[in-house]
Design a protein around this ligand. Sequence first.
Ligand code: CA
Ligand code: CA
Ligand code: CA
Length: 372
Amino acid sequence: MQSVRVPQRLAASAFLMAALAACADQPVGSVAARDLVPETVLAAFDCTATREAMQCTSLRPGMGDARGVVMGGQNVTVRLASSNASYNAQTETFSVDVTVQNLMNEAIGTPDGVTPDPAGVMVFFMAEPNPTGGSGEITVDNASGTAFFTSANQAYHTYNEVLDKNEVSPPKTWQFHMPSTATGFRFTVALETSVQPLLVINEVLANPANFNANPDVSGEWFEIYNGGTRPVDLQGLVIADSAASGRRPYHLIASSVVVQPGGYAVLGNNGNTTTNGGVTVDYAYGAAMALANSLDAVKIARVVGTDTLTIDRVQYSQASTSAKDGISRELTNPALDNSNMDGSNWGDATVTSVYGAGGRGTPKAQNSTYVP
Ligand SMILES: [Ca+2]
Ligand SMILES: [Ca+2]
Ligand SMILES: [Ca+2]
């Protein structure tokens, strides 16, 4: 039976069970079930081996990948490195140690940067080993399992790691059965994993200037910065603020808002620039959030199965610091700890040339308080 690559953490979720029941006549392990786990194909590699060595180079983006466009490749998003290649003539086994290095700013093997994805980082054999010298059937000997990737029952190696920026995994020994009649072989692999959306709440205007009778219901906004290496679509993520009774119910971002690496998105309660103080908003959440001019919090999270995992969260309790009338609060550098908006990692927008009647601030642009 085809193995089901569904993290144990999610296996008990009602969502998943409902999805499986809904397609009960589909083979277990169908793409529908796997897609509940937000996985990303990061790179594909063309690998060649002799009895003494193995090397992998990048495949071009989009090469025949039924799972979507392959992003980047070797030395762009992730690096595969091999060492200690050896051949055992008695058992006809070729062995090589392979490590995975994450070259991106965002962590991999985790949906939020902290929580390990039980599915880990998976390296799929897209094309099985074929001899390049001599003859005989070459097979993957010690796969972690098989699953549907571009076709059924494809072998994969799993690295159960959360890999932060530049981090290298411990080596895993890949073993192949290589008959003595073969002298070399070739195969392709693709690396698939969950990726942390490296989003930073970077600027908040909780207390718009008095451009109309009730500016709070028409002119609040906050800015998100993408500190990652890959674009992030906010669609499907959830946002919330706090209310007197605790966290307000999450609001699902219902339309596509792609934030490029190093780019910004502005989310506000009102998308109409003639009535919101003049701010151009990428996404309007309406009355789903209301940023108090006293104390409050802003959170963005992602839903994975029945879990809601925080991507970023900021809070403030000093109105005289973080909710000044008509002055946004800016993070001085997106790499800093931004959890406390009242703290010294944040500052008041200094630009006096206002974006509009709503007040001082730098919506969808680098903060005026930015310190490299
Ligand atoms: Ca609130
Ligand atoms: Ca307000
Ligand atoms: Ca800004």
